[in-house]
Structures are given as C-alpha cells and as structure tokens.
Design a protein around this ligand. Structure first.
Ligand SMILES: Cc1cc2nc3c(=O)[nH]c(=O)nc-3n(C[C@H](O)[C@H](O)[C@H](O)COP(=O)(O)OP(=O)(O)OC[C@H]3O[C@@H](n4cnc5c(N)ncnc54)[C@H](O)[C@@H]3O)c2cc1C
Length: 336
C-alpha cells in the first residue's frame, strides 16, 4: 500500500515556509510515498508554486470563518477535526518550537505516538526506522516504529532545494465544520523584538564575557553593574552591526545571560539553543564544552579571542587572535 504522508507547512514567513517545504526530503527513503501539504488559512499563489516545485502532490487548505493569528490550540483543533477520518500513515511537522508543540497537541488529540527532533526515516519490511541525536548530539538514537505515527523534524536539502519541475498543484479546500474554541485569552501583546531567532539565522555572531573588556570610555557617572551593562551593550552594538551586514543575528554565552546582560533567547549551548548556521563567529568566548556543544555543528566557525590558548580555537575553522574591540570595527568597515 502507498504510504500516505502529510506535512504541515508553516506559512508564517518565507523562512518558516521554506524550512517546512524541505521536510519532503525526509521521505526520500520511503517507496513511492504520496505526500500532501496541509496549511491553515490562506496560502499565496507564490507559496503554492513553491510547494509544487518541491514535489507535493496537493495542498489541503483548512479554512474556518475566524482563524486567529497563529494560535496552537485553535490550529490543533482545526487539524485534528480534519485529519481524524483521513488516518494518514505519517504526519510531519517542522521541529521549530511552534511546530513541535502543534504536532504534539494534534498527536495527543488523536492518541498517536509523536517523535520529536527526527533526522532520518527509513522504510523497512515492517514499519519504519527513525533516527535522532540525543545527549547533546553526542549519541544517535534509533527507533523502530509502526505507522500511524507523527514526528517533528529539521531537514535541509543538501544540493538542491527543488524536487520537481512542476509549478501547478491542486488546492483542496476544507471548511471546518465547527468553529474551534479558543481556550486562550490574550491579555496583553508585546512588541516582537527585531532579533532574528537563532534557529532561523544562517549567520550568528556570538558575544561572550570578553565583551566586558571594553576600552571605550563610558559615561563618567556609571559604576559597578551599570558600567558593565553599558560596556556589554556597546559591545553588542558592534556584534549586531556585523550580524546585520551578514544578514544574521546575535547570540550569547551563558556567562552574559546569567549576568542579565543578554536575554535567554540568545543563549547557545547545553542549557540554551543548539544551532548549526552556515557561519558562526564568536567574540570573546572561551569555548567551554557547555557552549561548543550547542554550536559545533555550524558549517564554518570563526573565533576572535585575545588568548591564543583559548579552547574555542580547537573547534574553530579560522581563529583571529586579538582584541575583539580592535578586530570588529575593522571587519565592519571591510563589509560596509
Ligand atoms: C550545567 C552547565 C550548563 C551550562 N550551559 C551553558 C550554555 O548553555 N551555554 C554557555 O555558553 N555556557 C554554559 N555554561 C557555562 C560554561 O561552562 C562557561 O562558563 C561559559 O560558556 C563561559 O562563557 P564565556 O566564554 O562568555 O566566558 P569566559 O569563559 O570567561 O571567556 C571569556 C573569553 O573572552 C576572552 N576575552 C576577554 N577579553 C577579550 C577581548 N577584549 N577580545 C577578545 N577576547 C577577549 C578571554 O580570553 C576568554 O577566553 C554551562 C555551565 C554549566 C555548569
């Protein structure tokens, strides 16, 4: 029997959309799968064209009279109501914070197993073999599973991000029978910061405790913690400028997060985020194992540190030995 596979496409923006389109590559080890995309609400003609070029068979568009901005419990109810009678063999979600939570919510409602952070799927004579990295990406876990099941995954296509020449795709509309109940009351909305989330960035420039050694003269009335904060903030302005020039974002070590100089969302490492961008630049980061475990899968690592014996140089592809406050302005000038 042909395995019926669904992939939920996150239409929030082009980055999340491309990431979810690429998940179709995960099904390449499944014999003649039928892979359909599932979206909630409107999908632009351009996104439909992109889904066609990735080889999706069709798009199922779930519509409801009042779809709020991305809201997990509402989306989970809409997907669950539609998918229950369909009974797909496999339902895949992106492994973003949102995708994982949505997939887990739908799987709980359907009483199906949900496997997060999967990297490969292999079809076997009976069932499927899944793999994922565990224990800080040091161990590979192999799972033997039987359909139906659900999972979340990150998958980047290696050579090409297109699988088909097609630019047309059937759009099947499904009007939800029941208006989902919104269980969440929004009390207050916060303005989203301009910080590009680490998981979405192709370039990350990370600051460590070395930012505190800022030789720039600070306002004379600042002392103690206020002065340190000023120094680090001023340092981060340089990192942000470089990150912006490279279309990237900034990250931080736990040393700066724990000291209250950077938000937790920026923390990379064992107790922060695991990232694998195309380019990772560290500035004043020593290279403790708890940090490097979260970034050593980056494609290219450049480390700036004034200590030639800093452990970060062991994981870096290129090292610049020197004061970050002299090197960063030069790099910024070169990239301007
Ligand atoms: C259970 C546990 C979990 C942890 N989880 C994490 C985690 O998720 N992420 C994380 O990052 N850490 C984590 N840590 C902390 C980790 O062990 C290190 O303490 C931390 O990563 C060090 O941060 P740092 O490199 O910024 O600071 P430091 O180790 O103090 O290094 C600062 C570096 O800056 C250099 N420097 C100083 N001035 C300059 C300058 N002007 N120019 C250039 N270089 C300069 C110095 O030579 C030094 O190498 C964890 C620790 C524990 C115990």
């Amino acid at each position: 029997m042909i395995p019926r596979i669904l992939i939920w496409l996150d239409t929030t923006n082009q980055t999340t959309f491309t990431q979810s389109l690429q998940l179709i590559g995960l099904t390449s080890n499944i014999q003649t799968p039928s892979v359909s995309a599932v979206v909630i609400g409107n999908i632009s003609a351009e996104y439909q064209k992109q889904a066609a070029s990735f080889g999706f068979e069709k798009i199922i568009q779930i519509l409801s009279s009042d779809i709020p901005e991305i809201e997990i419990n509402v989306y989970a109810q809409l997907i669950t109501e539609w998918v229950k009678p369909i009974q797909p063999d496999l339902f895949i979600f992106p492994n973003s914070d949102y995708g994982r939570l949505l997939g887990a919510s739908v799987s709980a409602a359907l009483d199906l197993p949900f496997y997060p952070a999967i990297q490969t799927i292999h079809q076997q004579a009976e069932g499927y073999q899944l793999s994922r990295l565990t224990f800080g990406k040091k161990c590979k876990q192999i799972l033997q599973v039987h359909s139906p099941f659900m999972l979340s995954a990150n998958y980047k296509t290696e050579n090409s991000n297109q699988f088909s020449d097609s630019s047309e795709i059937p759009l099947i509309k499904h009007q939800a029978a029941n208006q989902p109940e919104n269980l969440v009351e929004i009390i207050q909305k916060f303005q989203q910061t301009s910080h590009l989330p680490l998981e979405q960035a192709r370039v990350i420039v990370t600051g460590g405790r070395g930012l505190l050694n800022n030789p720039t003269s600070a306002p004379a009335d600042l002392t103690g913690e206020e002065l340190d904060k000023w120094k680090v903030n001023h340092g981060f302005e340089l990192l942000k400028t470089l990150a912006k020039q490279l279309n990237g974002t900034v990250g931080a070590t736990r040393a700066l997060v724990d000291a209250g100089f950077a938000p937790y969302e920026w923390q990379i490492g064992q107790t922060g985020k695991f990232v694998s961008p195309e380019l990772y630049i560290t500035c004043g980061v020593s290279g403790a194992i708890q940090h490097t475990i979260g970034m050593n899968n980056s494609r290219l690592i450049i480390a700036i540190n004034k200590d030639p014996d800093a452990p970060i140089f062991k994981v870096a592809n290129y090292g610049i030995i020197g004061d970050l406050y002299e090197i960063l302005p030069t790099l910024i000038k070169d990239f301007a």
